[in-house]
Design a protein around this ligand. Sequence first.
Ligand code: GDP
Length: 178
Amino acid sequence: MAGRLPIYKTVLVGEGGVGKTSITIRYTENRFDDEMKMTIGVNFASKKMTIGEDNVTLMLWDLGGQPRFREVISDYFKGARIAIAVYDATRSFSLQRLSEWLGRVKENAPDCQIIFVGNKIDERDNGSGVQMEEAAEMARQYGAEVMEVSAKTGHGVNEMFEAAAKIALERHAELVGN
Ligand code: GDP
């Protein structure tokens, strides 16, 4: 059977400062910038990967997290197939804030697959910050898995995007019945 060539719109959501831009840059350019400038508007990037026989392209939409953009941001969610819901593993509050973001995703892209991503695990001290189980409990409400990453060290970043693409491919196969 010939491989498929799907292109999936992938949106990164979460509070400003959790590391959405850093995760995107780590994945697409394999670098990290300690003094990342705040995203004003949207950053775009794309990346191809091969999963089994399928060549998947992720079109990454990295949405700025600033409150003043929230009113217009809904339009960016339309057509999204994957939502990478990013929280800062050193700040519990950033996990709680995801429910509002995901509400907007669900409103505008009901079939979107969600994956919870805890970033900055290089900075989390033992026993403090957001523990995996706490995030997993919230993720379950969205039928989502949790992965922990560090954009700074690169830990888990490629694996996370591959897992997201696989989830979207499986979902696609379910929808078209093959
Ligand atoms: P965004 O607003 O969600 O796009 O967040 P940014 O990517 O702009 O990152 C916000 C700040 O957190 C920047 O100063 C980054 O250098 C820092 N940062 C991002 N990812 C990590 C990480 O994995 N570990 C650490 N220690 N800092 C990070």
